[in-house]
Design a protein. Sequence first.
Length: 640
Amino acid sequence: MGSILSKIDEAIDHLTSTLIRQQHPDGAWHFCFENGTAIDAYVIILFRTLNIQSEALIRQLHDRILAGQQPEGCWKLYSDEEEGNLSASIEAYYALLYSGYSQLTDEPIQRAKHFIQSKGGLRKVTSTLTKAILAATGQIKWPASISSIPLEVMLLPPSVPINIFEFSGYARVHLAPMLIMADRHFSMKTAQTPELHDLHVNRINTGEQHSREHQEALDSIRSGLNRFIGSPRSIHDAAVKKAEQFILQRIESDGTLYSYASSTILMIFSLLALGYDKHHPLITDATQGIKAMHWSFDGKTTIQNSPSTVWDTALVAYAMQESGVPDDHIAIRRAAVYLLSRQHHKTADWTIHNPDIPPGGWGFSETNTINPDVDDTTAALRAIKSLSRTDPSCRESWNRGLNWVLSMQNEDGGWPAFEKNTNKEILTWLAIDGAKSAAIDPSEADLTGRTLEYLGNFAGLDNRYKFIQRGTQWLIKHQEKDGSWYGRWGICYIYGTWAALTGLRATGISSNHEALQKGAKWLLSIQNADGGWGESCSSDRLLRYVPLGDSTPSQTAWALDALIAVHPQPTAEINKGIYRLIASLQEDKWMTTYPTGAGLPGSYYSHYHSYRYIWPLLTLSHYRKKYEPGRLEIQLRYTP
């Protein structure tokens, strides 16, 4: 026992010292939120279309995209993705050519072209965002999956069963610009726009096939539109204006739409479709906002889809406090002050389904002021808990945040990410790639588990309260037959199971409860021979656990943290995992950069550069706290 605790002490000391050195003067931690090559490709295409002279950035993005090409000529969303990813490969191919730094005759481009053609070319693209970028720049016609949705849907009030606010917030801010462009059949080419005609394989019969469910969803929308009185032209004009205002009202101070690069790129194209000049301040501000999202690391540059500064800062500060860094340490106090400055004070779209609640949440990025989410809010509340004990103004902020989280509980007992009770199955029937995951914002096991963990361990609430009972019952009801839980925002079953088990334990559910025993048993059954854990991104697309074959630091930490929560004493399996986790801290292999953050199944995955610090530190701290009680706060070797 002494040997393992000694190694844990050394690892915690190293991690906390490293993190303190990395804190910025404003109290925040800034880490890269890496999202594959899609956003890099879209930015090149956008900037070349607008003739924006940012040569250094475009060249850097080009080089990163090119470096990601696989020997087969394709691009992948994650290293073990079988057969490559067609949408990602088309995006990369298009952007490389449009940049001007790759030529059609180049060997990498020829390999990419061969791969794309072998997979069916442009007609086989599934990603809705890819289709939108291709259509906006004149490479394909606007797909019927988008153009068949009438722009007049923007006019339907919340009282109508199917309206724009029944879509998730993420879906809305991407869908509105696309509907504007599709309605106007917008496309914009320049003299430098590459021609992708070679990628149109078997151009006959390329029309999209739509399901009966898709038609039912459209019929429901149109039945709502029949309530309007007036000429079709006047109604349509009103819809165009409504869509435009919808977008303009959700622009953040940095010029971005909802603080996402992806929706901002679509917004710029939609403004052009509406007749805005490419030099209009809204467009130039938006492009500057996108540029500000760039991040350089290891000689590469990427565009983050939404910098994760609030999320990372909250989690780092929380993990450091769990490790024993004193509450009054300057790093903790600086982080708390930073987080308090980022608490939301505006009513926004979330109030449509959750009215009469004062704002109090936090968002993901520091420019986000109108799109709070439950996970970031509980993360921030964990981090400022210590300051709220002594600072009355912080206590008021903490109470507002707590009340906001409680108010966001869905009718079914679980918690969503962004908006309450937005879970209408009919919206998932639309023939839009990823609609099942992106169109709605239902209760999820990871969000529900992490919320319960916060409410139990930090707010002091347990199963005596009805809302806690409803949350725990939702989790137990949604456990998979094998004992795992599906996690929406992390990869995937390991993530969900960790969140569920720690949440259930925090609210007073016994370790001997059947659900907890099954969950712990499942985690042990998938432990790797080296003692760690690793799960493929394929899990969230196939909706079943797919082993990665190697161990990642974050997934190993999640599994161990869950087992520590359940087991009263350390086991041989837990200790073996701890040794593997500590060893991973000194490694720099592909497993340490494997994406374990989830965005959209089959389309979007994230590598959080912060995760190799946060989750190991948290897990090692919980091991020491539980299995070596009464330990004094650690004395850091590093003093700022």
